[in-house]
Design a protein around this ligand. Structure first.
Ligand SMILES: Nc1ncnc2c1ncn2[C@@H]1O[C@H](COP(=O)(O)OP(=O)(O)OP(=O)(O)O)[C@@H](O)[C@H]1O
Length: 351
């Protein structure tokens, strides 16, 4: 069981003839085998700097990073590369290497004195490409791959390096949604089945809240860590990411648009009982999206935070009317599509 520990670590950059630029201070953090941890925080808060420091690529300004009680910054490059692999974003590779050759680079800590790869190395390379569903790319020149395809190859290279710890810096940024989900799930499986420690910096907040075991949430001068449920319940996601334009809904786990003036407070009360929805899922979906749209338009004001919408349904659960009520004024609408309804509500209530 491998454990990475941080003691009173200060990250940052030395600057010539100037005081060092301090980025973050992390009194105490740790990672254990099998943990899948997401490192999140606003732009420029210090995620990449922290990853580079943990991997030994950047000297700490002070404090220590230990792997099984050994100081990372005192290890030789070969020793470190047997413990930690690091997937960077947007790596451009010189030369005309095939995907397979790039993945083989991950085997360099194990390749013998004569630089000859063994059968085991080849097997590891093929397995790693297979793990990220990229075997079909193996003979392609990596510089001809799409950003997403290249990123998969870089993850395969880290797998081929066969280290107990893998760091990834925004490695899903160029992938489309199905591929991002696939990579997140794949990384989680690797953490679980192969008992590897994975620390991944990402801006995919909604996804990592569902998949990660723990979050390291970087804030100005501190790191909050915990399981996603606890961090959400403590409102930490809101504290870090809320702005005038977007707000995090702790129940749905989704960021919602705010009106640009943030005139509204939270939403709309829908007076339709859940039972009425049975058999009318289409209606439920429409109400949900109408709700979102009304919020983004700023239809609910701070001093009068509620619009009540009551849906009148026929016996067969077909929608008959929308009753919309705000400050005592009530309007009744026949069935309209959501956008028409939205503009009518906005006009009638002068919002
Ligand atoms: N080589 C460097 N020398 C000096 N300062 C740097 C250097 N690299 C980064 N910084 C600064 O360190 C701070 C943290 O940068 P870092 O790249 O770690 O943030 P980040 O959280 O990864 O951001 P993003 O989400 O935008 O990728 C920023 O203020 C950045 O300008």
């Amino acid at each position: 069981m491998i454990t990475l520990k941080i003691n009173d670590l200060i990250t940052g950059y030395h600057q010539k003839n100037k005081e060092s630029h301090k980025v973050g201070h992390y009194p105490s953090l740790s990672l254990s085998s099998g943990d899948f941890v997401a490192l999140i925080g606003r732009n420029g808060i210090g995620k990449s700097t922290l990853l580079k420091t943990l991997s030994g690529d950047l000297e700490p300004l002070s404090g220590e990073v230990l792997i099984d009680d050994q100081l990372v910054h005192q290890m030789s490059n070969v020793d470190r590369s047997k413990l930690i692999s690091f997937v960077l974003p947007n790596v451009q590779l010189n030369g005309r290497l095939t995907a397979k050759e790039v993945v083989m680079l991950g085997r360099y800590p194990y390749i013998n004195w004569w630089g000859k790869s063994s059968e085991k190395d080849l097997q590891k390379v093929n397995e790693s490409l297979d793990n990220v569903n990229a075997s079909h790319l193996k003979d392609r020149d990596v510089n001809t791959l799409s950003d997403g395809e290249r990123q998969k190859v870089m993850i395969a290279r880290a797998l081929a390096q066969d280290t107990p710890i893998i760091f990834l810096d925004e490695s899903t940024a160029h992938l489309d949604l199905p591929n991002r989900v696939e990579i997140f799930q794949l990384l989680k499986q690797i953490a679980r089945k192969q008992n590897k420690t994975i620390l991944l910096s990402t801006h995919e907040i909604e996804m990592c809240l569902q998949v990660a075991d723990y979050l390291w949430l970087l804030q100005e001068s501190k790191c909050i860590y915990g399981t996603p449920d606890v961090i959400i319940a403590n409102n930490n996601i809101n504290e870090v990411f809320n702005s005038n334009f977007v707000g995090f809904d702790t129940k749905s786990g989704v960021f919602n648009f705010c009106s640009f003036e943030k005139r509204f407070s939270f939403g709309i009360k829908l007076d339709v009982s859940k039972a009425d929805y049975i058999g009318s899922q289409d209606l439920e979906v429409r109400v949900h999206w109408l709700h979102k749209k009304l919020i983004s338009e700023g239809c609910v004001e701070n001093d009068n935070p509620m619009i009540h919408i009551t849906l009148k349904l026929a016996d067969n659960k077909e929608l008959l009317e929308w009753h919309v009520n705000n400050t005592g004024k009530e309007m009744v609408y026949q069935d309209h599509n959501s956008l028409n309804l939205l503009s009518l509500i906005t006009e009638d209530f002068n919002i």
